[in-house]
Design a protein around this ligand. Structure first.
Ligand SMILES: [Zn+2]
Length: 194
């Protein structure tokens, strides 16, 4: 039996135009018995074409991506597109609100809990929604990270060393097209849950 995600989206991924809404994740806690965590999402679509998914605040203390993506969400025009752009500036929204790498609610480190779990912690539920709902919609994914509180990053775009060399070649092509000041191949030592 497949367990459905507890997250519902207030946006219609198949509708043309610009929609600003939320990913609504039920979160029962002391201050709100039937509360929900509302994670901002923007969908911009203009007809058929590829889909790109932009994500920020996978780690909540890495603010550069969320700032750029909230700006993009406020300025993007569907008329400029052929296809669809999905923007989630604050993936781990409680961590982003707290300015912390991990969630203050469950200590979840988003990029260490994939593929997530629809019956798990809040962080695992968010990861599961990305894994099973948003990633399958996307032809391209750009996940913005930066140094956070403990690292200093040069501006770079990276592609990962992958077992699937066809996918790696496409990632390298996208990295070159991004044309950041530095480009880098990244071999993750802890990739299984990223
Ligand atoms: Zn990060």
């Amino acid at each position: 039996m497949t367990i459905p995600s507890p997250i519902t989206a207030t946006v219609d991924f198949d509708r043309d135009g610009i929609q600003h809404g939320f990913l609504k994740l039920p979160h029962s806690h002391d201050a709100s018995a039937w509360g929900s965590m509302m994670i901002p999402i923007t969908v911009a679509r203009n007809g058929e074409g590829p889909t790109i998914l932009f994500t920020g605040a996978n780690h909540g203390d890495e603010y550069e991506g969320p700032i750029a993506l909230f700006d993009l969400a406020h300025t993007i025009s569907a008329d400029d597109l052929s296809g669809r752009v999905i923007i989630v500036p604050g993936m781990n929204y409680p961590a982003f609100q707290a300015g912390k790498r991990t969630s203050p609610i469950d200590a979840g480190n988003m990029n260490r809990v994939f593929p997530g779990n629809p019956m798990g912690t809040l962080t695992e539920k968010i990861a599961d929604y990305f894994q099973r709902t948003l990633l399958p919609l996307a032809d391209y994914v750009v996940d913005f990270h930066s140094g956070g509180k403990t690292l200093e990053f040069l501006p770079f775009c990276c592609a990962h060393v992958l077992d699937d060399k066809d996918q790696q070649a496409q990632c390298v092509a996208a990295m070159k097209a991004f044309n950041a000041p530095h480009s880098m191949m990244l071999l993750e030592l802890d990739a299984a849950s990223m």
